[in-house]
Design a protein around this ligand. Structure first.
Ligand code: CTP
Ligand code: MG
Length: 235
């Protein structure tokens, strides 16, 4: 069965600093969003990409997609996004035609995810997992603190987490469509990722290996790394 990918791309990119919405910022001369769309379309299993555009930018995103060729087997749709990432994902899901039973949700801000990671996520959903996330072990030790009252003030450590049991989660996250739609209808708290909504339904979420190049472009230094990864690929 074919899979569809929903790409939330409606964020401002406040942490990246002033400029165009993050998904429209250039990477190797091409908008980050186009890289993300191509990364999903690179999987033979993905036959539809739904881009969730900045609320006032749907027309611009539509013409960008018209101008950048995708594989013949891949269709795309553009819908305007919402205030929070969760709203944007739901608006993307609302636009999905009925024939797609497997849905990926992939951040436009992770433009360089390799196709093998996309395929591994889809494969795990096909094998029966209701929700699948790619993730990597952490490099840093992680401590829980009592957050400081004022900025720059020392923070008391509460605990040191067991690093071997921790994973840093990436996208694309893959879902049985019915499960993800139900999660978005049921879970109302603000959440960071889609899989956590499925966890709140009491269903099992599984992890498959992520990839270093699936990192999220969040701050200016991430753009430096993304440009370097692209340049290395073009060698
Ligand atoms: N996103 C979205 N709709 C929102 C907020 C975020 O579609 N209302 C998308 C972003 O475009 C991005 C993904 O969710 O592709 C991950 O979010 P994040 O990295 O936090 O991007 P921004 O919210 O744009 O960045 P920031 O938090 O720094 O403003
Ligand atoms: Mg954000």
């Amino acid at each position: 069965t074919p899979a569809a990918a929903v790409i939330p791309a409606a964020g401002r990119g406040v942490r990246l600093g002033p400029g165009a919405p993050k998904a429209l910022r250039a990477l190797g001369g091409t908008p980050m969003l186009i890289h993300a769309v191509r990364a999903m379309a690179a999987s033979r299993a993905v036959s539809l990409v739904v881009v969730v555009a900045p609320p006032d930018g749907a027309a611009e995103v539509k013409s960008l997609l018209d101008a950048h060729a995708l594989p013949e087997r891949t269709d795309f749709l553009v819908v305007p996004g919402g205030a929070e990432r969760q709203d944007s994902v739901r608006l993307g899901l609302d636009a999905l035609p009925p024939e797609y039973d497997i849905v990926l949700v992939h951040d436009a801000a992770r433009p360089l995810v390799p196709v093998d990671t996309v395929d591994a996520v889809i494969e795990a959903v096909r094998e029966g997992a209701p929700a699948v996330v790619p993730a990597l072990p952490l490099a840093d030790t992680v401590k829980e603190v009592e957050p400081a009252g004022a900025e720059g003030e020392p923070e008391p450590v509460v605990a040191t987490l067991e690093r071997a049991r921790l994973r840093a989660v990436q996208t694309p996250q893959g879902f049985d469509r019915t499960t993800l739609v139900r999660a978005h209808e049921t879970v109302t708290d603000n959440v960071t990722d889609d899989a956590s909504m499925v966890e709140q339904l009491g269903l099992q979420v599984v992890v498959v290996p992520g990839h270093e190049e699936a990192f999220k472009v969040t701050r200016p230094l991430d753009l430096v790394l993304a440009e370097a990864v692209l340049a290395r690929r073009r060698l």
